[in-house]
Each structure stands twice: as structure tokens, then as C-alpha cells.
Design a protein around this ligand. Sequence first.
Ligand SMILES: [Cu+2]
Length: 299
Amino acid sequence: MAAADPNADAAPPSDSTNHGLRVVVAWLVLSVIATPLAAIYVGPLIPPGNASVQGQGQTFDNQVMLAFVMPVICLLVVFFAYGLLQFRAKRNEAILDGPPVRSDSQIQLLWVLITTTMVLFLAGFGTYELLNDGAGGGQGPNPIALPAHHQDAFQVQVIGQQWQFTYRYPSLDGFESNELLLPENTLVELHVTSLDAVHSFWAVELGVKADANPGVDNVAYVETRGPTTFHVRCAELCGLWHPYMFNNGRVVDSTQFRAWASQQQRLYASIKPFMDKPESDGGAPYSKTYFPAPDRRAG
Ligand SMILES: [Cu+2]
């Protein structure tokens, strides 16, 4: 006895059309058109944009990943569109299933091979890109992805606290500011830490993001390009006023930066003696207040 199949007695739809070939051809045509268009025109629209070297790197990565994912999207679109249009029931037509397909070892093998190759390639590509220059991510106290000329990087300490960021410039007398100003075309070494809860420093358009943990010196690199304005947001839920923990930063030309820095240094000079005094004398030394200080240069 044959298994009870409602369609067993009905004649299977006779169809000599090679649907598989049609789908493959339509998929190839759509992919060849859509992939470069998406990579070239849509990729650069995905944040963070090109405001920093790391941002540029991330934009390139977005383009590569988009180029990889487009043929997959095209296959889904073609497969569903073809199925819906080609196999839809016509008016007054009885719906008859074809014989059941139990498995197809060729398709399964191809599926496993293609998806494994894609995932492994993207993992390798991502690792390579990350090791290039850190890709704007926080790397902890001992970064392994060091950009070229990292020894000459300009240090800025980022201090998170509920609910604002303070920026300290160790090589410029250690003055502090509530606004992050950076000189253009400069490799910046950010030392991100926190005084209380866990925060996350995120300079959105610069493509740099690093956790701010109390007692941890989290190093992230970012290389600025031309003058621009960017947003700084706390990207870690850090308490009641977390949504308000944001402000703007600026990348300015070197003349503007020098003028701003010397103005800040002049303002800071009046409180420096107090900050330099030992705590027993009523001072508030940085090393106590902002543990950890950047420990490699000009801390
Ligand atoms: Cu926060």
C-alpha cells in the first residue's frame, strides 16, 4: 500500500519548464545590477561617514558587507517573486501539489559551502580591518591594534561621570574642558575612564566608541580629518539622566586649536596650584580624582 497522500491519485502538474534555470538567470541579472549600485551608492550612506580615518574604514567595511549581502537578498527576492507569480493558483483551478521533495544533497552541500565561505571570509576580513588600526573601538589598557605612528598620538583623557563627559588634555598642563575639541588631521589616543557607573563614550560621526569603566584605562584611537562637528553620546544605560548625557565636539584647524588650548591653559593656570597641592594640604591631585591617569606619556 502506498502512503496516504491526498494527491497520490491525481496527476502531478505536467511542466517541462526549467524553473531552476529561470530563477538562477534572474538572480544573476539582478545581482550583477544591484550589487555594485548598493555598494557604491548605499554603502556610504550608512553611518558613521567619512569624518575620520576610522570612520572611512568603517564605511568601506559597510560597502564590502553590503556587496556580500546583496546577492543573498536578490536570491530571496527573486525566489519569492518567481514563486508567487509563476505558481499562483489561477481562477477556478484545482490546487495540486507536485511530488514531495525529501532532500537534495547537492543543494544542501552548496548551501553549506557557500554560507561557510562567506562567514569565514567576513570573519577574516573583519579581523584584518580591526587589527589595522583598532577601527575606533576601545581596546582596554594594552591595545594590540596600534595604528602607524601611534607613539606620536595626541592624548586626550575622557572621563565619564553621571551625567556628563569631561575631557582632559595631559600634554597641555592637564587642563579640562566640557567640550571635546580636536585638531584636524591628527591621530588621537583617547583614554576613556569613569568616576562612577559604567558609561560608554561614543563620538558618533568620528566612528569611535569605547566603554568607560571605573578604574579602567580604556584606550581607543581615532585619526581626525578636516574640520567638522560631531556628536558625543553616552552609549551605556548609566542611570536616570543617561538620555541627556550628550554634547557636541569639534575638529578644528591647528590655529584654532592652539588658540583654544592656550585660552584653556590660561584659565586653568589659576587653579593649577590648588590641583597640584597634595591632598593633605587641601589639594585635589588628578592622580586621586581621575584614576587611572594615562600612564604612558605626559600623564
Ligand atoms: Cu553614561
